[in-house]
Design a protein around this ligand. Sequence first.
Ligand code: KIV
Length: 280
Amino acid sequence: MSANGIMKSLTPPDIQAMKGGEPIVCLTAYTTPIARLMDEHCELVLVGDSLGVVVHGLPSTVGVTMEMMIMHARAVRRGLTRPLMVVDLPFGAYESGPEQAFENAARLMTEGRAGAVKLEGGRVQAETIRFLTERGIPVMAHIGLLPQAINTVGGYKVQGRGDAAKDVLADAKAVAEAGAFAVVLEKVTASIAEKITDAIDIPTIGIGASPKCDGQILVTDDMLGLFEDFQPKFVKRYGNWAVAGREAISSYASDVRARRFPGPEHLFGDQAPGAKKTKN
Ligand code: KIV
């Protein structure tokens, strides 16, 4: 709580200070009402570019634009008081170099009101992470499976198996050394996730990684059972919202067709229950 009694949002240093302590609870959000549901439960809320797939129906995150990220970030911001809001830099918004990354990250912070940005890539993005953090933009890194690289990698495969483990470890060390305040480990073997968590001094946030990570994140539409197109093995479903929604919509359709809705209690004027009868 701040001196004026307004709830203060957690900051990147607050999240970094949680390294090795209580697990950090993180989820994605794309809209105000869903952000409100998680406000009291999460330390970090990510406006992930997964919104391209789960909200906009795109085949991958590659078609997500800065305008989409800013619009959803503004919506999520209105629903949060305490968690740190991190916003993804979308594909094409940072890869050409640190200056491009700064320009777009600054837009996410000023127009989208992000508390920090996230970008995908390990050693290859270390210079950009350093450039941003030295200029006041907190960065959460993202290594392991990189969904924005789907077109070069050719699939959503587990990362860090066999000889590739040393590359993922080197990526983790590089982003920590470059100044990232936390790092997402996506779809890596449990043993490399554990090794990385022990090896670096910033929190690891796992998604398909290990319970030993410093925190966990899931795509909210996956864990609520709202997105049904596919379910990765690492997702645990905590709800069945698509089933509940379909049932509700089907009941509404039946009521409308049978003229059961609207009922008298939904009416105004002299047909509403208890209304005084007026002469026409
Ligand atoms: O875009 C996203 O939702 C993410 C999470 C899967 C970490 O990057």
